[in-house]
Design a protein around this ligand. Structure first.
Ligand SMILES: [Fe+2]
Length: 168
């Protein structure tokens, strides 16, 4: 019979820890899915010359965020969890709803920064939670965290430009 040292996070004696990690991964999965929805809308709705850079950027991010969602889903399964169905979804990104006016690019930039900040905060929690317990999940989430930090930095740069011009 396999010992705890052999099986690690997949072992019976790690069930409780594993279930807690799976719950966190489900939340992360929904965060990514909601980001995909928000980024699709916000890569189509904006009007104006200034909007084009944001549109192009969000379009590429959609694929990346979808990839994150798939990675979280795969890891849920590997940890003996079940990827939730759509009925379990509840929206949280109030800040990424379409603005009143479709030329309001600052609203979108700030919304993206808030979404990325939320992801960064939560993924840091997963990294802490899995430390010494589940290095595979930790490693995966560290790589995803790096992507989110990159997105946030890019959009902080966009915001700086608007602020410098007195538009934000
Ligand atoms: Fe993501």
């Amino acid at each position: 019979m396999a010992t705890a040292a052999d099986t690690g996070i997949l072992g019976d004696e790690q069930r409780e820890q594993r279930d807690e990690i799976v719950e966190m991964l489900k939340k992360a999965y929904w965060m990514e899915i909601e980001t995909v929805m928000s980024y699709i809308a916000n890569s189509v709705n904006p009007d104006g010359i200034r909007a084009q850079e944001i549109i192009e950027s969000l379009k590429t991010d959609i694929t990346e965020e979808l990839g994150h969602a798939q990675q979280f889903a795969n890891r849920i399964k590997e940890l003996y969890g079940v990827v939730p169905g759509s009925e379990e979804f509840s929206a949280e990104q109030s800040f990424l709803q379409p603005p009143e006016v479709q030329t309001d690019i600052v609203h979108i930039i700030k919304g993206v920064i808030e979404a990325e900040s939320g992801a960064i905060e939560f993924y840091n929690q997963i990294i802490q939670k899995t430390d010494g317990v589940d290095f595979v999940t930790q490693d995966m989430v560290i790589a995803i965290l790096a992507d989110e930090q990159g997105h946030r930095r890019l959009f902080e740069g966009f915001l700086r430009e608007y602020e410098a011009e007195g538009l934000a």
